[in-house]
Design a protein around this ligand. Structure first.
Ligand SMILES: [Zn+2]
Length: 82
């Protein structure tokens, strides 16, 4: 179930700050008002739930395999192509 972020029309809200997050099915009707303060709110989806997580840092060999040119810092201000 996606999480939506609701933000009050006028920020910040004295009661709910910058808004609130709400679990809701994608087909559910968006809330129109803040349950805390009753002001109208706008809904935005929180995207990062669907973003694949980077499981480990990108290694030099991964970067090369992906077609990046890798430079190694050899001394102050100098880089050597690997
Ligand atoms: Zn509020």
């Amino acid at each position: 179930m996606p999480i939506y972020h609701y933000a009050p029309a006028q920020l910040p809200c004295k009661l709910c700050g910058n808004g609130f997050d709400h679990h809701q099915s994608a087909s559910a009707t968006a809330l129109r008002t803040c349950p805390t303060c009753g002001k109208s709110v706008t809904r935005s989806a929180i995207e990062n739930l669907n973003t694949p997580k980077l499981l480990r840092p990108l290694s030099v060999s991964d970067a090369k395999n992906l077609g990046f040119t890798v430079f190694k810092k050899t001394s102050a201000g100098e880089f050597e192509r690997q």
